[in-house]
Design a protein around this ligand. Structure first.
Ligand SMILES: [Fe+2]
Length: 183
């Protein structure tokens, strides 16, 4: 487990704060101001990935990940295992696409700085930075911490279960634990 306590600007989260569901979390974080400046110390470069991924806090109930999106980059279609997600847009414009169980696109929506997205348990989605000229930043809360995420190889029709430290991509074959074909 990582960090018993985290502070970002005036936001404080510790092991002692009980957030038993996503709407309590939604209420809790609405009081805080997250911005590019107070998240800057946590940004990691995307390198060759869609986003730089930084797990900054984790306890048994929740994990917090900061994503620093490359220009014009999309992740792969994935779910969050059995976790709920809440994504707060800190900088830029992000598209969120929702898929059905056959991985066909069902809905898409655009989110801007200050917006947040609730990602229900089990749903397959994909996000990406709409801007070609600048990075985007998003702050992700998952309850409980993500375990056994599925990332979809749509071209080869394979569901890949990845390790818990893997982002929503298939470009790290050593982090793929299980492969299942689908039709
Ligand atoms: Fe996601």
């Amino acid at each position: 487990m990582k960090n018993a306590f985290i502070e970002i600007g005036n936001f404080v989260l510790s092991e002692n704060i009980s957030l038993s569901n996503i709407s309590l979390l939604e209420n809790y974080i609405s009081a805080f101001n997250f911005n590019e400046n107070n998240l800057a110390p946590y940004l990691v470069p995307p390198a060759d990935k869609p986003y730089g991924r930084n797990l900054i806090y984790q306890n048994d109930a929740i994990e917090i990940i900061i994503m620093n999106w490359a220009k014009n980059a999309f992740c792969d279609i994935h779910n969050h295992g059995h976790s709920f997600g809440l994504v707060k847009i800190i900088k830029g414009v992000l598209k969120n696409e929702l898929f059905d169980a056959q991985f066909s696109l069902q809905e898409e929506a655009i989110y801007r700085e200050g917006d947040h997205i609730l990602v229900p348990r089990g749903i397959y989605h994909r996000m990406g930075n709409m801007y070609a000229l600048q990075n985007a930043i998003s702050l992700h809360f998952y309850m409980p911490p993500i375990h056994n995420m599925h990332v979809i190889d749509t071209e080869n029709k394979i569901i890949c279960e990845v390790s818990d430290d893997c982002g929503a991509w298939l470009s790290e074959p050593n982090k793929i634990k299980v492969k299942l074909n689908f039709e």
